[in-house]
Design a protein around this ligand. Structure first.
Ligand SMILES: [Mg+2]
Length: 300
């Protein structure tokens, strides 16, 4: 994904909890973008410090937005889950890769006929934005060359119902010049007990088979999701901090946009992973409860 090749960028401050300065020098941060899985919660439980940290940031008037690469559920479901875990949220407080793709296409290319490798939520999301989603060509045999009549663009997403018919249809459409979009490019989705295959492998398979490359990625770490997030916050990147557990998506995305960045060690990244980076995040935190201290200079 190119992470780490962008060279060093100036650090605002390299903070770790063992050497917390008494008067941290930090930029004026008015908004926070939070990844969800591994950052705010894991499974059905809020991570330690998450409720406390976010509640305190809100008390200080900070704007908060939650982002997820998962295209499996509507924004309202994430909002309900956050609320259930003690972080009251409305659907407007959340953006997903599915929402971002629908939002973007509806504004830029609303007339495309989309063939979607994805689950029902994504189909609903895209149709909800007024976009046209093609049905499966189920009258044609999946074992032969499927004629992808009318398909302008293929959308690839996390799809636990992926089968040969879908792969064959997408392949034929891409060979005939259809555009190539994806909600997210994650290789695997963390689950209790391990992880399951996500959209990354499907994208790679289609790229390998067709010699094509993805034309548009909606989710992290794309500039598209960054732009939509900043629009939602109504803040410039310099006044926003991206907080996440994954260096190659969350932190990379924040750095590319010129945001302050904080990696939390509650998810997939370890301190050793951070130490290996040419361009480390601005802050390394054990839990989100540390965030109010990072911006504590604006308390007084
Ligand atoms: Mg995460």
């Amino acid at each position: 994904m190119g992470y780490g090749r962008s060279g060093a960028r100036p650090l605002i401050i390299q903070l770790n909890t063992s050497t917390l300065p008494s008067n941290p020098v930090t930029p004026a941060i008015d908004g926070f973008i939070f990844d969800l899985d591994g950052t705010v919660y894991l499974g059905e439980a809020a991570l330690p410090g998450a409720v406390e940290g976010i509640t305190e940031l809100r008390r200080r008037g900070k704007r908060i937005l939650f982002v997820s690469n998962k295209p499996l559920e509507p924004r309202a479901a994430y909002a309900r889950k956050l609320s259930r875990l003690g972080i009251p949220a409305a659907p407007e407080d959340v953006i997903t890769s599915a929402f971002v793709l629908g939002y973007h296409l509806a504004r830029t290319e609303p007339h495309l006929n989309l063939y979607v490798i994805g689950e029902q939520n994504l189909l609903d999301e895209l149709r909800g934005h007024g976009l046209k989603v093609m049905n499966e060509f189920s009258e044609q045999s999946a074992l032969e060359v499927i004629e992808p009549r009318g398909v302008d663009a293929v959308v690839v997403a996390f799809d636990r119902t992926l089968d040969y018919r879908k792969l064959n249809t997408a392949y034929q459409a891409l060979r005939q010049g259809a555009r190539f979009f994806a909600t997210n490019a994650d290789k695997a989705c963390p689950m209790p007990g391990g992880a399951i295959p996500d959209a990354g492998g499907t994208i790679a398979a289609l790229e390998h088979m067709t010699g094509r490359k993805l034309d548009l990625l909606a989710g992290k770490p794309s500039m598209l999701i960054t732009q939509v997030a900043l629009q939602r916050l109504e803040l410039p990147a310099e006044r926003v901090m991206m907080v996440g557990d994954r260096l190659e998506t969350d932190i990379y995305m924040g750095q590319q946009a010129g945001m302050a960045t904080a990696v939390t060690l509650t998810g997939v990244s370890r301190r050793e992973d951070v130490a290996r980076l040419a361009a480390p995040p601005d802050f390394v935190i054990e839990t989100l409860a540390e965030l109010p201290r990072i911006v504590s200079h604006d308390l007084d």
